[in-house]
Every structure is written in structure tokens, then in C-alpha cells.
Ligand binder design. Sequence first.
Ligand code: AMP
Length: 308
Amino acid sequence: MNSNLLADNPRPPVATRALRTKAELRAAVAAAKRAGQTVGLVPTMGYLHEGHLSLIRAARVECDLVVMSLFVNPTQFGEGEDLDRYPRDEERDLRLAGEAGADLVFAPTVEEVYPDGLDRFATYVEVTGSLTDVLDGDPSRRGPEHFRGVTTVVAKLFNLVDPDVAYFGQKDAQQAAAIRRMVRDLDFPVQIEVLPTVRELDGLAMSSRNAYLGPEDRERATALSRALTAAEHGARAGSLGMGLEAARRELTAAGIEPEYLEARDAETLERVHALEQRPVLVLVAAQVGAARLIDNALIQPTDINLQS
Ligand code: AMP
């Protein structure tokens, strides 16, 4: 090839091609498996940020074939939620996913995932009970249907990809707990890895929905992570109750009334009132301007001053 041609057409930055169909996805994964490769799966709804990329990078280190899915899943959105305005930029996502180490991006249409239409889709995977009917699953909030949508689409992805490892973010702690439970209850042969929340420099947990924040609300939104830090400090230094009070003061000072601010067992999501030997999650959700934001802090037993 003429070298000028190369100079005129430099290879674009690593861009991953989008696979649109389940058949293409299955064929690509099957070829890798025949070659003895291990497969990692990173499910996302796109509009990628460093949180997503941290999952892809971890998969890149640990697996031979890294598959990212990019699908804004309608069955996990309730009526009146932001399905239609959820931010999207597929071209950028493909480039960033490729640069972070994804080999394949599965970016199907809604029709490909739900070919009989959403109204006629009939089989759901639902983790019932206290993992999914509290916090975001409370019927007054997103409701258990939200998690039913998540576990259903993740189960479909597991069936399509049959990954050795699947990667999720601690940012969505309740979602991660529900997926772990589904995998245990239904014997999915996949290892679940939950990786730490990636934050902006000022502490705000990265989220595709941060795009909804105007400058003033973006500033106010930092109160969520400050509240969680206050909760952690208060819990270590005094009591969980003091920590939660300190957290609430941070939110109030920023004019934020949380939908919930609660301490729960990190695995069962049962309410806890005192710090004992098990990891505790402090979880917060709040509407800040146009964005509904969630965040949480994981307090490990080793962090806890059990004397007090
Ligand atoms: P989403 O595209 O919002 O569905 O997120 C896809 C995956 O990325 C989920 O497992 C999320 O928990 C994870 N994730 C989202 N935000 C972050 C973050 N700030 N840090 C780490 N993981 C994240």
C-alpha cells in the first residue's frame, strides 16, 4: 500500500463495531469460546463515563474477550421516567469502549431484544422481596418493576453471552445486590464482580444522568457525596445515628430533601440501626434539579470503631 494513503487515512482511534443482532453476538462469542477464550461482560445503557470505563478496563485485564452491551432497556423505566430523554451518543460510546479495551459492543434495537413487542413480552426474572421492594424498589419510588426490568435484561444478556465474569458498579448497590441474588438463586454460571464507584474530582458519583444538571444544580449535587462522607465519619467516630444526622445536615444546607437516606445491611439490604460486624451501606437518593441522583457509601467492619 502506498504510504501516502496511510498518511492521508490514518487508522481512526480504536473503534469497536456495533453488533446489532443476537445472532451476530452469539456467533462472535461462540468463535472466541471455541478458541478457549474467557469472556467478560459489561452491561451498560451507554453515554459512557469513567465509571463504565473502569468496568471495561477490569474486564480487559481479566478476560480474553470483552463484550460491552449498550442498550437503554425500556422494561426498567417506569411511566413518566426519563426513557425518551436518556442521553445517547453511540459514536462516542463505541470509540471510548474500544479505547478502554472492549472487543465487541452489542448495541441492539428494542425490537431485537423484545421481538414480540413490549406489550406481549411475558417472561420476567424477578428477585422478590426485601432486596427489591425497598429504597428505589419502594412502590412510591421506581418500584420493584424497575429491578424486574434490570434482572430480566441482565438474564437475557447472560443467556446470550454466557460470560465467565460480569462487571457491575457499586454506584448501583441495590441493583448489584439483586443481580448477585438472581445468579445465586438461578445458578447462572457467572462470576459477578462489583467495582467501586468512580467519582468526579469534587466527589459527585459519575452518572450518565449528571448530564441533566445545570451549573447550579451540578454544584448542589456535590452535597450527596459530602453527606455520605459525613455519615461515614459520624459512624466511625460516634454512632450510625449521628452519622445519618450529619449527612442530613449536609443535604439540608444544600437545599436537598432526600427521597431516602438510610443505613442498610450491604448484602440483605435490611435496615440496620447500629454498626456491628457486617458491612453497612449508607444509601441516598434525591432529586436535584432535573436529575434524580443516587449514591452510597460502603462501611466495612474494619472501618468501624466498635468501641463507641
Ligand atoms: P448504566 O449505564 O447506568 O446502566 O451503568 C452500567 C454499569 O456501570 C452499572 O453496573 C453501573 O453500576 C456502573 N456504573 C455507573 N456509574 C458508575 C460509577 N460512577 N462508578 C462505577 N460504576 C458505575
